[in-house]
Design a protein around this ligand. Sequence first.
Ligand code: HEM
Length: 359
Amino acid sequence: MNTPAKPLYYGDYLKLSSLLNAQFPESGRYGREAHDEMLFIITHQTYELWFKQILHELLSVLELFSAVPLDEKKLHVIVRRLDRIIRIQQVINQQIGILETMTPLDFLDFRNFLVPASGFQSRQFREIELRLGLSHHLKNFGFGRFTEEDRRHLERVAKQPSLFERVDAWLARTPFLESEDFSFWHSYRVAVANMLAGDADIIGNNPLLSEPEKAQQLAELEATRQSFACLFDPQLYEQYRRQGNFQLSYKATLAALFIQLYRDEPLLQLPFRALTRLMDLDEQLTHWRSSHALMAQRMLGTKIGTGGSSGHDYLRSTVSGKRLFADLFNLSTYLIPRSQLPALPDSLQRNLGFQQERH
Ligand code: HEM
């Protein structure tokens, strides 16, 4: 190893002279320096640094996910990197609390100097969304608020496979749902029918319910039965999907359900952990959207944002409107008690594993 001529110096290594000289409050330029603008700038800059790290991890996760077959070693690294992203998300979600030590009046001291700049124009945030698979959002807003360079960059990113697509493809090619001596779906269907018949009995025999209440609960049970029906009928599933009830493909949903149901099988534990991390990531992003929307309401009330949106109302709409893996959460609808799970035949138990992808 070559020894550098000059010993490395902490501040040089971290480029601190650039980093710590990059805070220029706009209010100062107008001769009305607002004390809290420094906090506002540093909070945003810290976010952007963490966004950079999230993208660094996300790009490697996408690269690993592109491998076919996806062996256990790679899946293990994916789970660890997703874990790191989630830890970062937890930290940046907490940062909102620091910014909320600024009062709405303090914010008003410099808010108008910021127009039309806004978090809307965070290229890294949009890139994270696109890489995750939330590109549909761009159809609503276009790239008009970005510089030409940022717009072109995001357009390039939008054409590349997203995490959502990679996960869907990985799940869809898992082969263990059928084997020579076992059709999981047939057995599962019987188990579901038994479970629902049991629930109907419980409602029918409940002395505390009036007849109209029983009728109401039975109607709800029927709706659940219909929702289960689409798991056994690809065409019905597609119909539901077109109506926005599912995002994952049919095969991916079945595989994810199988992993959830048989998570205790040694070879499904790691895929189950991966699915859990994807849900955690989605949940943390949703927490951020919700806390950020509340912070915007606290600061602005019903005023519009500096970027020109309706402000809190717009942000609120993204909380439920931009979920990535809601399907994985909703799979709980289709879980049946362990005691009613069809037993896996020995042959499948022996073979159960992602090594089968090679066939
Ligand atoms: C006083 C604090 C803040 C207020 C009042 C606020 C307000 C808003 C508003 C109203 C919007 C909607 C777009 C617009 O019309 O401007 C927005 C978008 C956004 N803000 Fe903030 N924000 C604050 C702090 C932050 C911080 C610290 C970040 C961290 C990076 C951030 C990131 C974003 C992002 C990424 C968007 C786009 C969200 C989307 O389109 O889904 N904001 N903000």
